[in-house]
Design a protein around this ligand. Structure first.
Ligand code: A2R
Length: 340
């Protein structure tokens, strides 16, 4: 008989899910279950392939959060102590061209997950991953942003995350499901998707350094202000949210210590490249959002007081690790990518 706790991560193959897997393997003795789709790329968790093949603390289940029946199968077979709901169409920029897919995944998918939990794992503690994007266009007098700042979403992604956030609270209020809702502000690091500005800059710089593209970085809006957290600090925060006295329906703004403009992020990355004086940049109109959330600076007092969470990584360290991640990925792929 074993009483090892079971955690489920949706979106385990994504940037955050894969780092959460790394964190939980080191910091707990839990068995970790993950949901991935039939065609999910497994690169982000391939360093655990031996363990996955031996089913040693990691079990992967094929399911799609938009398909309730596929989730039902997972939840009927396993009762979970913790659920981290990270799976999402996570790209704000993409949501302008794919709003319906974004709504389907982030709204219906969240409803499906919480319905499954309500039916089959009602005693679990559930992390619901909302987003700082719910606050969207915040007037300067409301910055830094506290939890009860009004929602003013500025993209289909942000609208979908408002629903994710509210579904999380609804399941707590209506059914006493122990949901913990987080609005993480910008978080990045190794494995970040290349549609995000800082990751796109790092990828382009790595391609430039290795001679695959001309020394010109294409950029979007450089004026947004972002508070940057490291994804490795973010997953530590998610762990604390479910383990330190979780009260159903709690919601938290979480973010790093360093606030920078997008332009400063770009300049920092160019500055630490091998050829800082040779690289220039140019605005690419396709990278501009129709509207932007441009003052993303959190007040994190509530979460820090509750959990004692303190970010360990500086923005400089995070950006440097992100650039190293792209350098090795570009080297491995011989510079073969569909777009810069
Ligand atoms: O797209 P896939 O198959 O590679 O898997 C992604 C997963 N996902 C889904 N899983 C099951 N059913 C779906 N319909 C579905 N759609 C997407 O979510 C991948 O494993 C994960 C998203 O990973 P990333 O794009 O790298 O996002 P990241 O940065 O890990 O974001 C995690 C959470 C999301 O809720 C964001 O909205 C939030 O943090 O900022």
């Amino acid at each position: 008989m074993t009483n090892t706790r079971k955690a489920l991560i949706t979106g385990i193959t994504g940037m955050v899910g894969s780092h959460l897997l790394d964190f939980l393997l080191v910091n707990t003795n839990w068995d970790i279950h993950g949901i991935c789709r039939w065609r999910s790329p497994l690169d982000n968790i391939s360093h655990h392939s031996d363990r996955i093949n031996r089913r040693e603390r990691i079990s992967l289940h094929l399911a799609d959060i938009t398909d309730y029946m596929s989730l039902e199968k997972v939840f009927v077979e396993h009762e979970f102590d913790f659920v981290f709901h990270l799976a999402a169409q996570s790209y704000p920029h993409t949501s302008f061209t794919s709003p319906n897919d974004t709504y389907m995944t982030n709204i219906n998918g969240t409803e499906n997950i919480l319905k499954s939990i309500h039916r089959h794992s009602p005693d679990s503690v559930v992390h619901v991953c909302s987003s700082s994007e719910v606050f969207g266009r915040v007037p300067p007098e409301f910055v830094p942003i506290v939890e009860d700042c009004r929602f003013h979403p500025a993209s289909p992604y942000a609208i979908s995350k408002c629903a994710t956030d509210l579904i999380g609270r609804y399941y707590a209020e209506a059914f006493n499901i122990n949901t913990q809702i987080t609005r993480m502000f910008t978080h990045t690091g190794p494995r970040r998707g290349d549609v995000f500005m800082e990751s796109s800059f790092a990828k382009q710089i790595a391609l430039i350094e290795q001679g695959y593209i001309p020394p010109l970085v294409l950029v979007g809006n450089l004026n947004s202000m972002r508070t940057i957290a490291d994804v490795r600090d973010a997953v530590a925060a998610y762990y604390l949210s479910v383990t330190i006295d979780p009260i159903p329906g709690s919601y938290y703004n979480i973010g790093g210590n360093d606030t920078m403009s997008v332009k400063e992020v770009l300049q920092y990355l160019i500055g630490i490249s091998n050829i800082p004086n040779d690289i220039s940049y140019e605005v690419d109109k396709q990278r501009l959002r129709p509207i932007d959330a441009d003052l993303q600076i959190p007040n994190t007092t509530k979460f820090k007081c509750k959990t004692g969470w303190i970010p360990k990584y500086t923005a400089q360290q995070t950006l440097s690790d992100l650039l190293d991640y792209w350098r090795s990925k570009v080297r491995r792929n011989n510079g073969q990518f569909l777009q810069r």
